[in-house]
Design a protein around this ligand. Structure first.
Ligand code: GDP
Ligand code: MG
Length: 177
């Protein structure tokens, strides 16, 4: 972490990973801009967005990286992971296959990042209760086994989006301060 004369400054790189179309880009736009895009295209994507949050009176910059859709080709590069200190591993609660992929994403994360990386399992689209395919217990149970934080979110109706990012940011902060 960088220190300057004025006070401590924190910049945390956090990556969003998970299968295509689970809602990663919308989680980020909800968190950073309070926006949701029903028709968001996988190809449109900035590299990262920076969001400032205050923790214990200190300014913390979270630099959150989003894929540009390359996860469709299982080709998220090591540059994407480089320097990450936090990760949100996202699945879609209405598509079991995306939950089954989580293990692979965690393995990839372990390959590229330090073991101390703060990890949160995110079951997104919890607004789709009527077509739920992964129970809360399954998500929670898996997270416990793997030692991950867990939260169900909805980028559509904003449920827990702020909270999910903030828990990861706080955990990173606790690790470094
Ligand atoms: P990504 O490929 O993981 O970045 O997923 P996107 O953010 O592009 O979202 C894929 C699709 O899921 C889009 O049609 C979104 O509108 C939709 N979506 C994203 N988040 C939610 C959510 O929380 N609830 C619902 N119902 N749809 C969502
Ligand atoms: Mg995307």
């Amino acid at each position: 972490m960088e220190d300057d004369q004025v006070g401590e400054e924190y910049l945390f790189k956090i990556v969003l990973i998970g299968d295509s179309a689970v809602g990663k880009s919308n989680l980020l736009s909800r968190f950073a801009c309070n926006e949701f895009d029903q028709h968001s295209k996988a190809t449109i994507g900035v590299e990262f967005q920076t969001q400032v949050v205050e923790i214990d009176g200190k300014e913390v910059k979270a630099q959150i990286w989003d894929t540009a859709g390359q996860e469709r080709f299982r080709a998220v590069t090591s540059a994407y992971y480089r320097g990450a200190v936090g990760a949100l591993v996202v699945y879609d609660i209405s598509r079991k296959s995306t939950f089954e992929s989580v293990k692979r994403w965690l393995d990839e994360l372990t390959t590229h990042c330090d073991t101390t990386v703060a990890r949160m399992l995110v079951g997104n689209k919890c607004d789709l209760e009527n077509i739920r395919d992964v129970s809360v217990e399954e998500g929670k149970g898996f997270a416990e086994e793997e030692g991950l934080f867990f939260m169900e979110t909805s980028a559509l109706d904003s449920t827990n989006v702020q909270a999910a990012f903030e828990i990861v940011i706080r955990e990173i902060y606790n690790n470094v301060s």
